[in-house]
Design a protein around this ligand. Structure first.
Ligand code: SF4
Length: 888
């Protein structure tokens, strides 16, 4: 089906949990346009750099377009029969727990619902877990301990209405940029609003905060225990709320007091004066929202951190009120939808409890299922352990890349290699996980998919298709339902489409509910296809976008525990179990501004690949000097689990004694940068969420003898270098290289470029200086250029990549490519700062030098920072640097 109608479709961004509305359309030629949906209540028209670049990611390059069995193309019938047959046979011989699904917060709710139903109700095992386990499982566990249900009490508007916003383990400016922009706009309107950032790193979010508390890794529980004691000691408790709506306060306070001031100072590493400032601010500000994210969740004590935060909000009655409450922001676009359908190994559908026999019976009755899982299944880390030791013999992975994203990632890779039967549903043909699949199933991608997602504020929105399904790609719900039908469960999986699945999901949420459970969207049980197609975003517990009702929870109690009271959780100081070592550093992992997960989508976008084009390690100057590492050196970061090679980024943003490595780079984009290989599979005891942000690692300078940089119009097949990193750029690819010793440079260049015999070759060698340069021209265009140097390659990357698109009609101008610099009169915009408008650091510096001394003035001159705003802190940094220089 070609979409001829060029009117935009209202859909939702597929990246983070903000869940921005997008207007998207494709013309008859397949050219895609996207912009923010001004009517969507999550973003009111804004998009961040990732959302703005979605059109660059919808091409079919690299797509998996046909089912494959053992690497050969197969028909859908053959592939589905094989999957259903192997799963059925494995269950028959070894029992239901011998098979497993590992799914994803990228799935739509309808996909998730069908997968969960098949596993828990028809196969009869709860062995379905999700990459959301890596994202927010500790928030789920913390909510359930405190509230009796996985309920997010507040809304995005609360972040704007708060007088004090506390960001804990959340780099909102980079990871949830549109929400950050909403906060930034609110602060412009109300300059008295205060922001405190609690994060070991001085992130871009910290730059604009009133107070940054550089907490030691996993010092958050102590920090909030100290806050609870402070609130009690300074008359800031809401005694009436505690009395009426909670239990367990005295024990929680006693446990908090057990930390003591000295212990809190040791564990947090924060100066007592700064702690006191924060405690006073919190105590004196009734309207306070505490936002927490992966820095809280991805920890061996993540659930305790969540409850330590919630304790402080319960103690002050600051919950479920405009501008007040704890607020978990999810990393993924549909982590919340997955939670609503119970798509985790320890949950049941519609926020019901797997451990509750009444709930199990109810769900089984509703599904008319032959079985119901009666015990929790294997959570992600345990699931892959079970694959490794042979307990799980058939595994189906959907829309995720565990070979990269799981901790102990090489162990996961080995487990998949040994697993008797692995199925991977994905949109891309080449992924690090797909390599180990016996069967690969082509899934529909964003723009082709049709369903719903739920964002971090409980708002359900439609993802609508505006592109035809390419090749034989199919929606995930269809693939799962077809396998289920072939396993013999025909009537229960005979869905006419996603509307029917959504209606069933809605009906289950209301089934025997009567207000006992938080999640109830029963008003949509009879939605029908027309209603589904027209569905506008709504925020449960409201039953429609039009309903004027309370959209917050718990201001007046009404928790989902048996006595309807919230539970304070007493969190005693636990012994610190992390290995210490004088020569090792605390390894933190996380996201960068312009990439998403394992880059299967953002890696296609030239503009998103320019901001940070290489895997890197951020390291404090003192640590770098101690380890003999200079800025831009190649560094080996190692733990007992593995080692990676990444570029050194020496910066005071990183606290001494710690390093940061991003999560995004895979074997598709770098020689050796899968950070999951470094991380031990330690998990939180309550949530099973892995501690991805607290390993101990050593750093050593890689003894590079030669460095290289290349631009190419065509993606190279193989890259023969000790270190390489590949990134998309306008009109081609860019590659960073490093070598431990000499090579046959001319041979290497020929192999890398595979130049045609007609290509004009320009070569420059300077043995004394240690420089070799090669350039190939085909017609009037540069086909490739390679720069090699014994020290750093002094060529402007942004200028070099632009040459791939440049017109070179005259032979003599081509030597500028070999020279590695623009011809006179042509400017070099420098490294990308603003991805939305492609503005570089040199352009901004020039604007600052000619009188633009505010971020707004730079925006007015260059547009930089005027769309998503994620780069504003960097622009401010350039302005500040200019000021300092001028003052010297
Ligand atoms: S903030 Fe950016 S990545 Fe997140 S949903 Fe909005 S546009 Fe997408």
């Amino acid at each position: 089906m070609a979409i001829a109608d060029a009117s935009p479709v209202k859909t939702t961004c597929p990246y983070c949990g903000v869940g921005c509305g997008v207007l998207a359309k494709a013309d008859a030629g397949g050219v895609v346009e996207v912009r923010g949906d001004p009517d969507h209540p999550a973003n009111f028209g804004r998009l961040c750099s990732k959302g703005s670049a979605l059109a660059e990611t919808t091409g079919l390059e690299g797509r998996l377009l046909h089912p494959e069995i053992g690497g050969r193309q197969a028909s859908w019938d053959e592939a589905l029969d094989l999957v259903a047959g192997r799963f059925s046979e494995t269950v028959r011989i070894h029992g239901p727990d011998s098979v497993a699904l590992y799914v994803s917060g990228q799935l739509l709710t309808e996909d998730y619902y069908v997968a969960n139903k098949l596993m828990k109700g028809f196969i009869g095992s709860a062995n379905i877990d999700t990459n959301s386990r890596l994202c927010m499982a500790s928030s789920v566990a913390g909510h359930r301990r405190a509230f009796g249900a996985d309920t997010v009490p507040g809304t995005y508007a609360d972040l704007e209405q708060a007088d004090l916003l506390v960001l804990v383990g959340s780099n909102l400016a980079w990871c949830h940029p549109v929400l950050y922009q909403r906060v930034a706009s609110a602060r412009e309107m109300r300059p008295e609003m205060r922001v405190v950032v609690i994060d070991p790193r001085r992130t871009m979010s910290a730059d604009s905060a009133d107070l940054h508390l550089p907490v030691r890794a996993d010092g958050d529980v102590a920090l909030f225990a100290g806050l609870l004691a402070h609130l009690a000691d300074h008359g800031a408790l809401d005694a009436a709320y505690i009395e009426r709506h909670t239990t367990g306060f005295d024990a929680a306070l006693a446990a908090a007091r057990a930390f003591g001031r000295r212990e809190i100072a040791n564990r947090t590493g924060i100066r007592p004066a700064d702690l006191d400032r924060f405690y006073r601010l919190f105590a004196q500000t009734p309207k306070v929202v505490t936002v927490y994210s992966q820095g809280v969740n991805q920890s061996a004590s993540g659930t305790d951190k969540v409850n330590a935060i919630i304790n402080c909000h319960l103690a002050t009655g600051r919950i479920g009120k405009p501008g007040a409450g704890p607020f978990s922001v999810t990393g993924q676009p549909n982590a919340m939808g997955g939670r609503e359908v119970g798509g985790m190994a320890n949950m049941l559908a519609a926020h019901m409890e797997l451990g509750n026999p009444l709930h199990r019976e109810r769900v089984q009755r509703f599904w008319k299922a032959p079985a119901i899982a009666d015990k929790p299944g294997l959570k992600a880390v345990d699931l892959f352990r079970a694959v490794a030791d042979g307990r799980v013999k058939a595994l189906w992975i959907m829309a995720t890349n565990p070979v990269d994203s799981m901790p102990d990632a090489d162990h996961v890779r080995a487990a998949l290699a040994d697993c008797p039967f692995v199925v991977v549903s994905d949109v891309l043909a080449a992924t690090d996980t797909g390599h180990y699949a016996d069967v690969r199933l082509p899934a529909a991608a964003w723009g082709e998919k049709d369903g719903t997602v739920t964002n971090s504020e409980r708002r359900i929105s439609r993802q609508r298709p505006f592109l035809p399904l390419p090749g034989e790609a199919r929606p995930d719900w269809w693939i799962v339902a077809e396998v289920a039908r072939r396993m013999g469960f025909r009537s229960a999986f005979s869905y006419a489409g996603p509307a029917a699945i959504f209606a069933e999901h809605a009906a289950l949420s209301a089934y025997d509910n009567n207000g006992a459970r938080d999640f109830d969207i029963g008003a949509y049980a009879a939605i029908g296809t027309a209603g589904y197609d027209a569905l506008t975003p709504f925020q449960w517990p409201a039953q429609s976008a039009q309903e004027a009702g309370d959209i917050r929870f718990f201001a007046e109690g009404g928790f989902f525990t048996p006595d309807r009271k919230a539970r304070f959780i007493a969190i005693a100081p636990a012994a610190e179990t992390w290995p210490q070592g004088a020569s090792s550093l605390v390894l933190n992992t996380g996201r960068v501004r312009d990439h998403w997960h394992t880059m299967t989508r953002t890696g296609k976008s030239p503009r998103l690949s320019q901001h940070l084009a290489e895997p890197f390690v951020e390291i404090h100057p003192h640590d770098a000097a101690r380890h003999g590492i200079g800025d831009a050196d190649i560094v080996r970061v190692a733990t007992p689990r593995g080692a990676v090679l990444v570029r050194a980024l020496v910066t005071r943003r990183q606290a001494p004694g710690s390093i940061f490595v991003p999560i995004h780079w895979t074997d598709q984009f770098a020689s050796n940068a899968r950070v999951g290989t470094l991380v031990a599979p330690a998990t939180d005891p309550h949530s099973g969420q892995p501690a991805l942000k607290h390993s101990r690692a050593t750093v050593t300078r890689f003894p590079a003898q030669w460095y290289g940089f290349a631009v190419l119009r065509h993606k190279p097949d193989g890259i023969p270098a000790d270190y390489w990193s590949l990134a998309r750029c306008e009109a081609g690819w860019r590659v960073e290289l490093a070598f431990a010793g000499d090579r046959d440079w001319a041979g290497l260049a020929r192999g890398l470029f595979a130049a045609s015999p007609e290509a004009e070759t320009l070569v420059y060698h300077d043995e004394a200086l240690g420089r070799h340069r090669f350039a190939w021209f085909e017609g009037r265009r540069l086909a490739a250029a390679l720069y090699l140097a014994r020290d750093a390659v002094a060529v402007s990357r942004s200028w070099a990549v632009e040459q791939l698109a440049a017109d070179y009609p005259h032979h003599h101008t081509r030597f500028s490519v070999i020279a590695g610099r623009p011809v006179a009169g042509v400017s070099d915009r420098g490294a990308t700062v603003c991805s939305c408008f492609g503005v570089g650091v040199n352009q901004i510096a020039a604007a600052v030098g000619t009188g633009c001394t505010t971020v707004a003035a730079v925006g007015e001159r260059l547009q930089a920072g005027t769309n998503c705003g994620s780069c504003r802190a960097e622009i401010r940094g350039i302005i500040d640097a200019h000021r300092l220089q001028a003052a010297e």
